[in-house]
Ligand binder design. Structure first.
Ligand SMILES: [Zn+2]
Length: 71
């Protein structure tokens, strides 16, 4: 929060149970299981392949925060 204030940015806290790692950024498909040793997101629904799991999760978190800001 203080860093956002320092730099004049918005801070949005999303639900800690939001499935950011299990959700496909492209199509919204949520997988049942995403163990930590799996580092790459491959979507069984839309066919997205080879996305770094943390990048996929970060995109989901950003999208969720923007949705909250937009109301
Ligand atoms: Zn997908």
């Amino acid at each position: 929060t203080y860093k956002a204030e320092r730099y004049g940015r918005d801070f949005v806290q999303i639900d800690k149970w939001y499935p950011s790692s299990k959700r496909c950024f492209h199509c919204g498909h949520i997988t049942d299981n995403m163990p930590l040793n799996i580092r790459t997101w491959n979507c069984p629904s839309c066919g997205t392949q080879g996305i770094d799991r943390d990048v996929n999760a970060a995109r989901n978190i950003l999208q969720s925060g923007k949705a909250i800001l937009a109301g």
